[in-house]
Design a protein around this ligand. Sequence first.
Ligand SMILES: [Zn+2]
Ligand SMILES: [Zn+2]
Length: 185
Amino acid sequence: MYVASVTESEHRITLEAMVDLHNALADTPTANPRSILAEAGFSRAPDASAASLHRLTGRIENIEAFLAQLPDLETDMASARVTEELTELPITPSIVDHGGVGPHIHWTPPTARFDDQVMADLMMALAHEVCDNGTIRFGICAAADCSRLFYDATRNRSKRFCSDPRCASRTHTADHRRRQSDMTL
Ligand SMILES: [Zn+2]
Ligand SMILES: [Zn+2]
């Protein structure tokens, strides 16, 4: 059986958190990133200052258009943009072993501001993704009135909908009704 490495599963979780943050802030500009990041395992999130969360919100909003375009961007365009973001970040990698997950890389020192740490984690995960897979795993929800972003971690790239379960069920109901009305024509 194929088992994803710590680094691979961390990248997936980090990219899903990036997508969730982007979608939450696009839906509700006042959304608080704290719970999304805490759920994604960012251990500093519960105690992060309001100021750092506020800065983070602004920084996610600054890359909002880029993230929304990801599914359509060529790999070299996405790479150039990620590289541009990376140059702004205080990245000094170190290998740490804590929290029972085994050795893994921290991209920022413990003294980094929380928003710098989160942005470094997001952009490094995205950098690895772009190098490994390009932008093909990013997509826009197929539900009629939804334009949320998703990250497709399935092996056969079968994901069609965002993480809101209503999008899949609504679309399936609509497809079913359409098929039924086709049959009665
Ligand atoms: Zn860690
Ligand atoms: Zn959706």
